[in-house]
Write a protein that binds this ligand. Structure first.
Ligand code: MG
Length: 391
């Protein structure tokens, strides 16, 4: 398992850093990067989340508007039918029809699939079983949402219609029943919000089974349920590799189920899949830290004075470098010398700069990025005490 250096578990009370009035660039606030985390806690060098304009919620009468970065697979227009094709004969258009701005299964016409292929995603899809109730058990309002064409989240009208639980609406079919039956009556729109993660294998070894998180009409019915191979009919499935992406398939199970408002958003890669969410494999974290350090050193080369010095110090929090360490220590030493020569009457004007330097040097010393024998911290503290700035 991954090991964490002691610095990562220093309680916040020991850090004894206070929030600056204006957050400066850099890591000088929370616990520093460690073996598996390439960023410090509260690191301002971490990229800001991309902006997404949220959509609106659906009502029974009107589908909601997707968020701004959604990829639309069906928006109610006949034109969006062109984004789908027959599953059995992929080069042929689907025989499903667009009726009253909904995509309707024509029984006997076969599954359909999106021309778009995708893997890990947030999928939004709304469906309605026929309002005329016909059939029982698996024969009533049956369809299905197949992520990557391989693993089914069941679509079924089991409103007052018992059937095997791992085949009810929102089941990971054949693997796990939904946590609740939150269906509306047949004919009404049911809303699935699905978070799908495909399985991850590396060198034949399972790293992540993959999972489904599903909400039905706003109720969580699958909570990171492991795929265990994705399920199936009658046979028990087992963890297995899957492709990186595949088409979304909708099932023709002989019932005229309707769909509307189908869109997805790609999800960022998990750490085991080359992403940088949370704890990363140590080799990947090290590579990322070096990348950050390199960028900061390139940035430092374009800067002057205190800003340059800070960038150099920042870079050392991500990856050591003897030349940068020597240059930044020499820079701090030279800066202290100029401060010491500053006339007493001009010191107040330098207070902000001195406090900012103290923040960085304290951090560098506390977390051992500067060696113990480097005495800049105590020299800066002496200057601060001498000016009566210490609380
Ligand atoms: Mg089905």
């Amino acid at each position: 398992m991954f090991t964490r250096p002691a610095a990562a578990i220093v309680p916040m009370c020991v850090l004894a850093f206070t929030a600056p009035a204006v957050l400066a660039d850099g890591p000088f606030y929370g616990a520093p990067p460690d073996a598996t985390h390439p960023w410090a806690v509260h690191d301002m060098n971490r990229p800001q989340p991309p902006l997404v304009k949220p959509g609106t919620f659906s009502t029974q009468d009107h589908p909601g508007r997707p968020p701004s970065d959604a990829i639309i697979l069906f928006d109610g227009t006949p034109a969006s039918l062109a984004k789908w094709e027959s599953d059995k004969h992929p080069s042929q258009p689907t025989k499903w029809v667009v009726k009253n701005s909904t995509l309707q299964c024509v029984p006997g016409s076969g599954y359909i699939r999106s021309k778009e292929e995708f893997g890990d995603c947030q999928l939004h899809i709304e469906w309605a079983a026929p309002s005329k109730v016909e059939g029982t058990s698996q024969g009533r309002g049956n369809s299905g949402v197949f992520l990557m064409g391989l693993t089914e989240i069941q679509v079924l009208d089991n409103y007052n219609n018992p059937t095997y639980p791992d085949g009810t609406a929102g089941a990971l079919y054949g693997v796990n029943p939904p946590h609740a039956n939150a269906l509306r009556a047949p004919g009404q729109w049911q809303i699935y919000d699905i978070i799908f993660r495909r399985p991850i294998f590396k060198d034949g070894k399972l790293l992540d089974s993959g999972s489904y998180t599903v909400m039905l009409n706003g109720v969580v019915i699958q909570d990171a349920t492991p795929l265990e191979g994705g399920g199936g009919h009658q046979a028990r499935s087992h963890d297995r590799p899957m492709p990186d992406k595949g088409p979304l398939k909708l099932q023709d199970h002989g019932n005229p189920v309707r769909y509307r408002n189908i869109w997805y958003r790609q999800l960022p890669a998990r750490a085991v899949d080359g992403g940088d969410m949370g704890a990363m494999p140590p080799e990947a974290a090290t590579a990322k830290k070096h990348q950050i350090a390199t960028t900061l050193r390139e940035d430092a080369a374009k800067l002057q004075g205190l800003a340059k010095l800070r960038r150099q110090m920042e870079s050392l929090c991500y990856a050591p470098d003897a030349a940068t360490l020597a240059e930044s220590q020499a820079g701090v030493t030279a800066w202290i010398a100029t401060v010491k020569q500053t006339p007493a009457g001009d010191m107040e004007a330098k207070k902000a700069e001195i406090m900012q330097m103290r923040e960085a040097v304290n951090y560098m010393t506390h977390f051992k990025f500067f060696p113990d024998e480097f005495t800049a911290k105590s020299q800066i503290d002496t200057i601060i005490e001498g000016n009566g700035w210490k609380k």
